[in-house]
Structures are given as C-alpha cells and as structure tokens.
Design a protein around this ligand. Structure first.
Ligand code: FAD
Ligand code: NAI
Length: 509
C-alpha cells in the first residue's frame, strides 16, 4: 500500500508540476518584453522562409548581433508531420500553425518580417528581390532587400516530373491550403457519389481515392483517409456502402523505401487488412480529369498501360527545386552540375559563393530532405552565426588593446595589457573551435492507419525497428513534444480528444 500511496503522490505532484509549467509558458508567451532597436552598424542578415530550417535558426539566433530580416510568403511556421491528419479533420489546421510574430516578438532585438516571396537573388549585387503575392496589395508590392549575409531556407516544391495533367487535376500535400483542399474534395466526392440517380459506375469512380507515391507522405495520408472512412464516413453516410476505396500507386517494388525491410512488410500487411490497395511497380504516366494512366509489367513481361478512374487524386512523389533556387544556381558556376538543389559545404555555405548559406530541403548535403535534418541545420547555423559575432567582438577588443599597448607609457602597463590580450586570445581560440555540421539521426516515424505506426529509432549503438499500437502511442507523444509551442500542444490534444469523442467533422466548408 505504501508503494501505491507514493506512486499516487508522485503522479499528483507531476500533474501539478506539468500544469504550473504549462501556465508559466502561457504567461511568458503572452507578455513579451521590450526589444532592442536595429543597429545600422551591424551586418544585415536576411533569412528566406519560415519553415523548419529557417525557424530553427531564428529560434536559437542571438538577434542582437545582426539586423535580421525574414522574408517568407507564409507568416507562420507549419508543423508538417501532422499535416496528413488535417486532410480528414483529425486535427484542425490552425492547431499546427504558429504565427512567426509570436516567437519573433520574444527575441532580444527586433526582427523585421516581410510577408513576400523572394523572386530573385542577385548574388553579385547582394540583393534579394521580393514580391507581395497576397490578395491585398499596396501601391508598392515589389521591392528589393540588400544583404550582407543570406540564408536560403525556401524548401522545395512538389515534383511532377513533367507528367502531363498532374498540376491541373491532382491535389498535393505540402501546405495548409493543400490539406484544406483535400478535405473539401473528399466530402465533395462522397456527397456527389450519393447524388440522386448516380450510376453505380460513376459512384465507384467518385469514391475511388488514388494516392500516387508510396513515400511517407503518401502512406500516412492513405492511412488517415481509410481511418476517416472506417470511423466516421461509414457511420454517417451508410449509402457509401463498400464503394469507398483507397489505392496507393508506387513506381518502386515497395512503399516506404527508407524504412527497415520488416517495417515495410508490416506496413504492406497492415494496409491489406485495412483494405487499402497497394499497386507497386506501377508508374503513373498521364493524368486526365477523371482517370490516371499507369504503366506496369504483366506476368508475361509485357508493359501494360492501365486507365484507373478516380474521384480524388493526391500526388505525393517528393520534391523539386524552386525557381528562385534554380536561378541562383545558374548564377554560380560551382553549382552548374547540381540538379536537386544548392550544393553546400560542411558549414552549409553555398558552394562557390560567399556569405550565402542554405538549409533544409533546398540544400544538398547528402541527407534526406526531412524536418529533422532541416531543424538541425538551422540550429547549427544559429550557433555558427552567434560564434561569428562573438569572434568579431573579441577581435575588435584585441585590436583596441593592441593600440593601447603600443601607446602604453611604461613596461608595467604594457605587461598588464599583454595579460589581457593573452586571455582574450585564449577566449578567441575557444570560440573559434566550432566543428562542421554533423547530422545526428534520431530515427524515422510514420503513421500507417488504424492506430498503428512504424518507427526506426536509433538506439544507443544500434537500430530499433518497431511497429503497432504501442508505436502509435510513441508516435503521438513524440510529435506532441516536438510541436512548436505549448499553444500548439494544447490545441492538438484538444483536437484528438474532440475527434475521439464526437468523431471527425463531415461538413464540407
Ligand atoms: P519548409 O518547411 O517547406 O519551409 C520553406 C519555407 O520557405 C516556407 O515558409 C515557405 O513559405 C517559404 N518559401 C517558399 N518559397 C519562398 C520564396 N520564394 N521566398 C521566400 N520564402 C519562400 N519530415 C520529418 O522529418 N518528419 C516528418 O514526420 C515529416 N512529415 C512530413 C509530412 C508532410 C505532409 C510533408 C509535406 C513533409 C514532411 N516532412 C517530414 C518533411 C519536412 O516537412 C521537410 O523536410 C521540411 O519542411 C523542410 O524544411 P525547410 O525549412 O527546408 O522547408
Ligand atoms: P518521397 O520522395 O519520399 O517518395 C515519393 C515516392 O513517389 C517514391 O517512392 C517514388 O518512387 C514515387 N513516385 C515518383 N514518381 C512516381 C510515379 N510517376 N508513379 C508512381 N510513383 C512515383 O516523397 P514524400 O513522401 O513526399 O516525402 C518527401 C520527403 O519528406 C522525404 O524525404 C520524406 O522522408 C520526408 N517525409 C517524412 C515523413 C516522416 O518521416 N514521417 C512524412 C512525410 C515526408
């Protein structure tokens, strides 16, 4: 009994501790302190983008060392790992968005933010041209921002490999707007399928949800969609019967190629049980308004082009280089052989350039384009820039001391200054001791539907590959702890509880 009493007390204390901590975080976030004004003598650091890489940099950067300007068409950070859950309403999109103003306002020195797209980076002139592409435009909607230092963190765009009809007919899953569009389209397909006198064939087409790309985006979305049907749509719209059908099309021999073999098998088996059809070794070649044309090799070795009708088509075939990045690559001879993005060195400097760094999906540093990599790169750059500022400060002090030493009236005074110089030189050596960027892989996680997840986790010296419902609990707690702010965490938990208690919302906005 003593043990149970103590366990309860411990639990009680941790709950109170958790509540006090959450309350404190909320209080701190609501009341920012005054900020230092920009100092024109300091260097101008321009950061492009408000995604994983740039925001991780901004979070850890000592902004008082530079005049920091952020340019992005999105005035918020998006927690992409939970974006697939927004397509079905398991989570509301605003729960995973964090306004950049919320955290920039807490930095020690003011950070300027311009909601705009960088349309061109002039490498020689050190100017970024920006354009306000939002609905409301003032008399000035295009201008230029000069920089001393530039960080390119603009991410990537959706790859279509030039396949005809993709951009016109498919939905992507990268931005909040994409998730909203998919959510709307799912409900539209369902309501149209049960429209009076709809033919059985048309009903089957409208309820055929096709996902192209068996990477983690495609797999997680397919899992979420099937959950939506099983838990909610089937109940509220019994007329759909068993016509609702999810198909995942993948060109390679299996889905989730970056996961361990046993987790790939586990995912494929789970999909079979969930009645999600996987079409591997099938390459989509053309997309029309109501069907896709996909090529596969039949048992006799002959290539067959099959027409697959769909109601909703979600295209998740990875990343492509953004035009502004392509244009910058064209200006720098050392980048001419790169196809997938900006080649960077071990300090994330864009190869062949000076004072330009790149982070995240737009940078090519031999790592997968993931949030994990982008955020570690951003944090590394913040440390690097903080260190560079400290180095400059110490070097300035050293040069002042050297002048003083030269003018010192006697040997005693010179010796005193010499001691100070020695100390500063020691500090300088310590500060300058910063190694190159090293990525530390924490593991990969993916949701696969019916409250199951797969995880490849780096564990001490080895790798732990696990899948199932416990892994799903781990997936939830890991992503919850990684959410940007306490506010996001509270909203996400509330959404999960809401979806569990009342079901997902099936209204079409
Ligand atoms: P992004 O986060 O894409 O940010 C780019 C920023 O640049 C945005 O703010 C954008 O608005 C801005 N921008 C774009 N063009 C311009 C321009 N011309 N000028 C200025 N700004 C511009 N990775 C994981 O590790 N784990 C996961 O679970 C995971 N889940 C994912 C789920 C989904 C649905 C998706 C799509 C991706 C997921 N990823 C995950 C991958 C991860 O989101 C990316 O690798 C990560 O976002 C890359 O960060 P980034 O900063 O390079 O780019
Ligand atoms: P991806 O590049 O990982 O996968 C795309 C898939 O589409 C590939 O397997 C490819 O073979 C297939 N494909 C390409 N063209 C095709 C065609 N014409 N027909 C059929 N299949 C085709 O892309 P994804 O899933 O968008 O991920 C992008 C990045 O984001 C990756 O680095 C991924 O690791 C990361 N990510 C990580 C997540 C996680 O860790 N849970 C979740 C989502 C994304």
């Amino acid at each position: 009994w003593g043990f149970f009493r103590w366990s309860w007390r411990l639990l009680y204390l941790s709950a109170i501790g958790g509540l006090v901590y959450t309350g404190w975080q909320i209080h701190v976030s609501k009341y920012p302190t005054d900020q230092e004004d920009p100092d024109p003598r300091k260097k101008t650091l321009v950061v492009l983008g408000t995604g994983w890489g740039s925001v991780s940099l901004l979070k850890k950067l000592d902004t008082e060392n530079y005049n920091v300007i952020v340019v992005s068409p999105r005035n918020y950070f998006l927690f992409t790992p939970l974006l697939p859950s927004c397509t079905t309403g398991t989570i509301e999109h605003r729960s995973i968005m964090e306004p950049v103003r919320n955290f920039l306002r807490h930095k020690k020195a003011t950070v300027k933010f311009y909601e705009a797209e960088a349309t061109k980076i002039d490498y020689e002139k050190k100017i970024v041209y920006i354009s306000d592409d939002s609905e409301v435009k003032g008399t000035v909607s295009r201008t230029e921002v000069p920089f001393d230092m530039l960080v390119v963190g603009v991410g990537a765009e959706n790859a279509t490999f030039g396949i005809p009809g993709v951009r016109e007919n498919a939905s992507f899953l990268k931005e909040v707007g994409d998730a909203q569009q998919i959510r709307k389209r799912i409900m539209d397909c369902c309501e149209t399928a049960i429209f009076k006198d709809q033919s059985p064939e048309e009903k089957r087409r409208l309820l055929h949800m096709v996902v192209v790309g068996g990477g983690p985006t495609g797999v997680e979305f397919a899992g979420e969609l099937q959950d939506f049907f099983e838990n909610d749509l089937r109940k509220w719209m019994p007329e759909l019967q068993n016509n609702f059908h999810v198909t995942l099309v993948e060109a390679l021999p299996n889905v989730l190629p970056m996961f361990s073999k046993n987790l790939i098998d586990y995912t494929e088996q789970t999909f079979k049980e969930e009645t999600i059809e996987i079409r591997t070794k099938t390459m989509v070649k053309n997309v029309a308004e109501t069907y896709i044309e996909a090529e596969y090799t039949d048992a006799s070795g002959k290539k067959v082009l099959e027409k697959i009708p769909y109601g909703l088509l979600v295209w998740a075939t990875g990343n492509a280089v953004r035009p502004v990045v392509k244009d910058l690559m064209n200006q720098i001879p050392a980048q001419k052989d790169s196809r997938r993005g900006l080649l960077v060195n071990e300090y994330l400097v864009v190869k062949g350039s000076e004072d330009i760094w790149a982070v995240g999906d737009c940078a090519i540093a031999n790592y997968a384009p993931t949030a994990q990599v982008a955020s570690q790169e951003g944090a590394f750059l913040a440390r690097l820039f903080n260190q560079m500022a400290k180095t400059e400060e110490i070097e300035g002090e050293l040069s002042l001391l050297s002048d003083e030493q030269a003018k010192a009236p006697n040997q005693e005074a010179r010796d005193g200054i010499f001691g100070q110089i020695k100390d500063l030189q020691k500090r300088l050596r310590r500060v300058k001791q910063m190694g190159p960027f090293e990525y530390s892989h924490q593991g990969s996680l993916a949701y696969i539907g019916s409250e199951k997840a797969v995880a490849d986790i780096s564990w001490l010296t080895g790798n732990l590959a696990t899948g199932g419902q416990l892994t799903y609990l781990f997936w939830r707690s890991a992503y919850l702890s990684m959410c940007f702010s306490t506010r996001n965490r509270v909203l996400v938990i509330t959404d999960w509880i809401k979806a569990k208690m009342f079901g997902r919302d099936v209204s079409r906005e």
